[in-house]
Ligand binder design. Sequence first.
Ligand code: ARG
Length: 694
Amino acid sequence: MKRILTLLATLAICFNAMADEGMWLLPLLKQLNGKDLKAAGCKLSPEEIYSINKTSLKDAIVHFGGGCTAEVISDQGLLVTNHHCGYSSIQGLSTDEHNYLMDGYWAKNLKEEIPCPGLSVTFLVSMEDVTSVIEKADDPQTVKSGLEANALAANPGCEVLITGFYNDNVYYLIITRTYEDVRFVGAPPASMGKFGGETDNWMWPRHTCDFSMFRIYAGKDNMPAEYSQDNVPYKPAKSLKVSLKGVQEGDYAMVMGYPGRTQRYQTAEQLKQMISINRIRIDARTVLQDLMWEAMCADPSVQLKYADKYAGSANGWKKWQGEELAFENLDIIGREEQKEADLKAWIEADPARVKKYGDPVKTLAKVVADTDEAKRAFTLVTEAPYNVELVALVGYFNRNFGGGLQQGQDTVAAFEAAKEPMKEMYRDYVKDLDRKEAVALLSFYRDRAKPEDYLWEGFGETDIPAYVENLFDKSVFTSYEKLSACTLAEMRGDPAIELYNGVATVIMKYLPALYYMPNPKADKASKDFAAALLEWQKGKAMYPDANSTMRLTYGHVLPYSPKDALKYEYYTTSAGLLEKEDPSNPEFILPAGIKELLLARDFGRWADKKDGKLHTCFLTNNDITGGNSGSPVLDARGNLIGLAFDGNWESMSSDVMFEPDLQRCICVDIRYVLWLVEKYGKADNIINEITFVK
Ligand code: ARG
């Protein structure tokens, strides 16, 4: 109880929140950022950004598909987000005949909008601090469940969740509303939506037209409804207006959205562990991605099937490499260790603090040491043999079958019923590619795993290529046709099941202790560490780690200098598209039509008022991370000027430490987006829905 009073006092007494750094909690904006927002140039009051009683900006912003952000830009529920956020939905709707991913798509009316099964968007209704109730409780879990149940009863049709902040020093009860009928409206061809591919990913200068459009549909009462032809476009409480003014260096800019995860309240030991574990991931994915890429380049049909798997894998793969490099270059560990030494000295200067906090850094170091082996082994098995697609297929079937492959007593009816949902799983499966993946990943695993984690007796001596040959020849899991023709008795001896069992055994050896079993010692140390940092930094506004809840970050449009003598402009123009174009490189192809428009300088009303050029992307010093993708970049009055879509290479350690001089948020200029919609997509229907501000 005492702890929490101290913490709230800490949060309350702060005068000097600084712009730029910080993924700020919306309910605390007035208290923590009110003055600074104004000083930075914001023309909106905190209540106009977030209010639970009145319509505010937050009502135009949604959590998109659980991993990205999107915003409503018309009174008909039209949404815009990044192309890479719509990517898997668009891939899922695409076929070799109707390849919306590669060719783009533009619905010219509501009827042409395409339902996206499985895609949903979530609005934030409200957030309420419930820390004191939980901290007072003898049994916090029961109290939490009670609070959630009450809130749910009071808010029918909503979801309720209590979420911890500042390493569980603060709890909010969060009420949300989810719409499940979301339809695909339009997107550029992937060559534009992903222009620059993995080469440009995480880097500046950038020319990617990273957007896609969807629409929220609701029941006649405007409330969430399952997909139905009778559903109607959602009428938003708030939609964003679009500014065509463009940005100048120093302009105020803010980003609102759903940052996923950061590690700004973790110790140096925890961070070192994170980096070394990510190295295992990088190495395993290098093996996997090389094979995927080769097959994708050789066959357009394989390219479509594996586009999303590849992009997802490669995005993390490149991020972790950049992070590793930035840790070196920016001495992240050294600086973190210095901070911890200073914190320790501060704690030890007062016996009351020693009593209250102890030495959380030391405790956490012990936790890291205790889990290190298990984490490495777990990462290795999940990144290597578990990524053999055949293993995942058996796992999926086994889940449908209620675990029947291992238990052996399930009925034939359950077995047959488990087959049908598998059809979808084979849509994007290429047996010959997976066969190669299996040889490579099993070999990779054997080279690195400890003998006690071998997948079967004698794994160390197995001739892996011969084993895989037999596996893929014999297993019924290599195609839907074989699977559906197979009887339960025939399936019992399938070699893919043996492989699956071997992998599952190793996973289950580590998973519970690492992720399911409570670890009160670790939890307490991590909570104490954050609480001590907060008290130590009293007077300075502190924001919690990202945790997929809605945040605001505000700052300015700014260039940067990546290294000595080099300065990067804060915006790019279409000239760069032409410079980078390379018809022989799949990552840098300009689709037919785009090049002609650019050469003719047909920029229409979307040209910059000052220089007449088509501005493509720009930079701000907003503090974002994965999950913010698709977030609106807003001017001082809350008008849409762009979409946030990436971070820059020189500050890839940004999830751990914010770098004022180096860290930038990469945004696509909304004028570039709408130029493409109008001039290339010829989708005037979309443009006509949008309200522009002069
Ligand atoms: N780096 C971006 C992010 O994590 C994703 C970019 C997707 N593009 C790509 N080429 N994989 O938000």
